[in-house]
Design a protein around this ligand. Structure first.
Ligand code: ZN
Length: 201
């Protein structure tokens, strides 16, 4: 694995401009291995573009949770369930390095602290932008938010389409995969879980 880089802002546009010559060389080898001519006009700059694009799509390896949630934790008396849904994510399956993408929903019952709403999408990106399994991504999002929020309970549901299934004809197009991770009272209490799942419809 490459040298870890300092934590950075996942949304920083300049990240997409950082080249990586050794990665670009490997992409050129890959294109050559596929039987293509790396020198032809349409492909000349492709290795560099693919290397930048892959770096961006796997940026989660170079960010950390503390940096991502920085400054957005607030004290709160409330103990009503908070549900954030429709959080888009794009990830790469670790078996084929093809995209899987969809939406995440997060629910939690606070325990004296809440997280700024925009940060949920950032935490999802932190784990989506890696080579992933959907099941593991869902659990990692739940565990990270448990650590940050220390809530009474928390739930994450993700629903995704996997291009490795769709493009390779393994699965009918249009089917989706749903995974969930329940923590604390969402695991222990069926009514809390039910309230959350009903909020997703
Ligand atoms: Zn796959």
């Amino acid at each position: 694995m490459a040298e870890p880089r300092p934590a950075f802002d996942l949304t920083a546009p300049e990240f997409d401009e950082v080249g990586d010559a050794s990665l670009a060389d490997l992409v050129a080898q890959l294109i050559d291995g596929l039987g293509e001519d790396v020198e032809r006009e349409g492909l000349v700059k492709t290795p560099e573009r693919v290397s930048r694009s892959l770096r961006f799509l796997t940026a989660g390896y170079h960010a950390d949770l503390t940096t991502v949630v920085n400054g957005a934790l607030f004290a709160s008396e409330g103990s009503e369930m908070v549900v954030v849904k429709g959080i888009e994510f794009y990830s790469l399956c670790e078996h084929h390095m093809l995209p899987f993408f969809g939406k995440a929903a997060i629910g939690y019952v606070p325990n004296e602290r809440v997280l700024g709403l925009s940060k949920f999408a950032r935490v999802v990106d932190l784990f989506a932008r890696r080579l992933q399994l959907q099941e593991r991504m869902t659990s990692q999002i739940a565990d990270a938010l448990m650590e940050v929020l220390q809530p009474k309970g928390l739930a994450v549901v993700t629903e995704a389409s996997h291009l490795c299934m769709m493009m390779r004809g393994v699965e009918k197009q249009g089917s989706t995969t749903r995974t969930s991770a329940m923590r604390g009272i969402f695991r222990q209490d069926a009514r809390t879980r039910q309230e959350f799942l009903e909020a997703l419809d």
